[in-house]
Design a protein around this ligand. Structure first.
Ligand SMILES: [Cu+2]
Length: 684
């Protein structure tokens, strides 16, 4: 099963030695970075869904898919390379996924179907920061209500699939990997050891990453961009009979000394324990099959730290905790015409965050606030879908019904919010619904997909109950509103594609008409809590928001060994007054040329974006300049008896361009020219 990889990345000193050595071995490079190529198996899961599958690492897999430009990339880099996902960056670590111009609170992000919620009031710890490529086999990206299987959502879902040997008769397998990068002196080391037979399997892996401050194009160092993290995980399964299997999984992830150059604070500790037990039975009752039930629990601790920063006007301690307990149970049924999935799920989450301010003057009192007032969320959902096969086409109908209860458990926290909302209740219940219909048909090489759907969502903990959460992007303190209405979205999507052996092309678009869109609006009557803040915003429902996304992609096999792919995309987001919404991508493009011959691969990639014309200063945005960056990578595989050695070298941002993108928090620049090297060794 997949072995973990380690890569060794080189820093200036150590790396030059390392690179020199490798360069003597061969001169090829392959894939590189910015436009990391992602394997896309569109339509392979359910032909009807406009989903994208991102194949993540695993030693074996990147031999199979040796297109991977940089095998020991962070998970964030893998996601960023996909067509549908963008990433908001506050530093070099823990980027926040964006899908259809929507991020955390509008997405359902799961690990093997498990719900996990970050413990940071400032979004420094998206779920994706608590796993690593060593744990995962792939990420499934579903757009809009097509992601409703994983929970209520507006923008879509990203389900991260944990890699498992899964009773394959592979016996013992292991691998070792090292990587290095010159741009931030990163070092990566990892290993995997697995045993699997028909009755039993156990998989273990570990990965460690350490990076110093990175340098932007031109060589300028970006202070507070360092990080250190490690991740350990184990999965095991036991087969009781042909029909019944039990499996368990645990992931431990810890990051320390993580700098967030775009934010006023760093993180001294971010830690997660993620555990689950599953029961799988092929035959359920009646004609139902594939009955899977999972129980899970996870706990996250997040400690922010401003002690490394110079000139802090007032020192603050800001810890946060998030614990989630949940389950799901699902089963399938099918005949010639129908494929049905039924799923029951639920979770209980507790989110608590505090802020203590320590005035410089010892005669002043410390000030204590609950920024998340111990909010307990109980969510229960029911999901059903039916894929109906017609003569020349198929239709998928799906619905999710959800009951969501909030309980603001802390009295001090409730009383703080009652300053603004005197009538606020301790508990509230919301009923959420999603319905969707997707259609697919084809005529020879032409395919058409189209869909219509409706969904809504409850406010997030911050939107509903946050108390003076400072947003450094627009310089405002944010206060939640417990009485917010649910946000609703009517969504339409369509795709026309053409597929032949050597050439394929697709034009895809979607449109979200949102009502009661939740966003922070300035309240001039309130005064700020954070020293230096420009004002206070309250979360509000605005009348409407309209979001459009259009993507055109193509792939052409120029020669049997040479393939070109390219993509351009356009996005737009406005409210009822035509006001630009924040974090909407400008026109963007990418192009990738890939050479694969026997054990050798090479890739040359380009990626860029136009000037950000539709920005909005109210949300802290300015006009981000256009950019284009190039990268190159070369890979070669060697067989050493039964074992395999895989080496990959590359350079990202070849021309050392100084740039930032629309999703870089406060325009922090991206990394400049970055050489990387990866060595993987697999023992069979
Ligand atoms: Cu934080």
């Amino acid at each position: 099963m997949g072995a973990p990889h380690l890569r060794m990345l080189a820093g200036p000193g150590r790396s030059s030695y390392f690179f020199g050595m490798l360069c003597c071995l061969f001169l090829a490079t392959h894939g590189h970075a910015q436009e990391r190529k992602v394997e896309i198996e569109q339509d392979s899961v359910l032909p009807i869904d406009l989903s994208e599958v991102i194949v993540i690492s695993s030693y074996k897999k990147y031999l199979e898919h040796n297109a991977h430009p940089k095998p020991l990339s962070t998970l964030d880099e893998y996601l960023e390379a996909s067509q549908k996902v963008n990433m908001i960056k506050r530093g070099a670590y823990a980027w926040e996924p964006v899908l259809n111009d929507m991020s955390s609170e509008r997405l359902a992000i799961t690990i093997d179907g498990m719900r996990i919620f970050g413990a940071c009031t400032d979004k420094m710890d998206p779920i994706t920061s608590y796993v690593d490529v060593s744990n995962l086999s792939e990420a499934h990206v579903s757009s809009g209500q097509q992601g409703a299987e994983h929970g209520y959502t507006i923008g879509g879902a990203i389900d991260l699939k944990v890699e498992k040997s899964n009773f394959r008769p592979t016996d013992w397998e292991g691998s070792f990997e090292m990587g290095g990068e010159s741009g931030n002196n990163a070092q990566i080391i990892g290993g995997e050891l697995n045993y699997s037979d028909k009755r039993f399997y156990v998989d273990t892996d570990v990965i460690y990453r350490k990076a110093e401050n990175y340098s932007a194009g031109g060589g300028e160092e970006v202070p507070f961009s360092q990080f250190e993290k490690y991740n350990v995980s184990a999965n095991a399964g036991y087969r009781f009979s042909d029909d019944q299997k039990l499996s368990a999984s645990i992931i431990f992830d810890e990051a320390r000394d993580v700098g967030y150059p775009a934010l006023p604070m760093d993180v001294s500790l971010a830690r997660a324990f993620i555990g689950s037990v599953s029961w799988l039975q092929n035959n359920f009752f009646g004609g139902f099959t594939d009955w899977e039930t999972k129980l899970y629990a996870n706990t996250i601790t997040h400690i922010m730290d401003d002690t490394q920063r110079p000139d802090v006007p007032i020192h603050m301690d800001m810890p946060g905790w998030s614990d989630t307990y949940g389950y799901f149970s699902q089963t399938k049924w099918k005949n010639e015409r129908h494929k049905v999935l039924l799923k029951l799920d639920g979770y209980y989450n507790r989110s608590l965050a505090e802020m203590t301010m320590y005035p410089n003057n010892p005669n002043e009192n410390e000030m204590f606030m609950l920024t998340w007032p111990d909010v307990r969320t109980l969510n229960s959902g029911f999901y059903v879908e039916d894929v109906i096969q017609l003569k020349k086409s198929s239709i998928k109908l799906a619905t999710r019904l959800t009951l969501q209860n909030f309980n603001v458990a802390d009295e001090f926290g409730r009383n703080s919010l009652r300053i603004f909302y005197p009538e606020m209740e301790q508990r509230q219940t919301r009923f959420l619904k999603s319905v969707s219909a997707q259609y697919h048909t084809n005529l020879k090489a032409w395919h058409f997909n189209g869909g219509l759907s409706y969904g809504d969502r409850a406010p997030s903990v911050s939107e509903g109950f946050g108390f003076y959460l400072f947003n450094s992007f627009d310089g405002h303190d944010y206060i939640g509103d417990p009485d917010l209405k649910n946000e609703k979205a009517l969504e339409g999507n369509a795709k026309i594609s053409f597929k032949e052996e050597d050439f394929s092309m697709g034009l895809e678009g979607n449109y979200f008409r949102m009502t009661d869109y939740i966003i922070g609006e300035i309240d001039p009557t309130l005064s700020v809590m954070t020293i230096g803040a420009d004002g206070v915003k309250m979360y509000k429902n605005i009348e409407n928001a309209d979001l459009y996304n259009v993507t055109l992609d193509a792939e052409y096999k120029i020669l049997p060994a040479l393939k070109w792919s390219g993509v351009v995309s356009y996005h737009r987001g406005t409210d009822q007054n035509g006001r630009n919404l924040p974090f909407i991508s400008p026109f963007a493009y990418g192009s990738n040329l890939q050479y694969t011959h026997k054990t050798f691969t090479g890739a040359l990639a380009m990626r860029g974006a136009g000037k950000q014309v539709n920005f909005n200063p109210e949300f802290g945005e300015d006009e981000t300049e256009a950019y284009t960056v190039f990268s190159l990578s070369l890979g070669k595989q060697f067989s050493l008896g039964m074992d395999e050695l895989y080496v990959k070298l590359g350079v990202e941002n070849i021309f050392d361009e100084y740039y930032s993108t629309y999703s870089d928090w406060k325009n922090i620049p991206r990394m400049g020219r970055n050489f990387f090297a990866t060595v993987s060794y697999a023992i069979n």
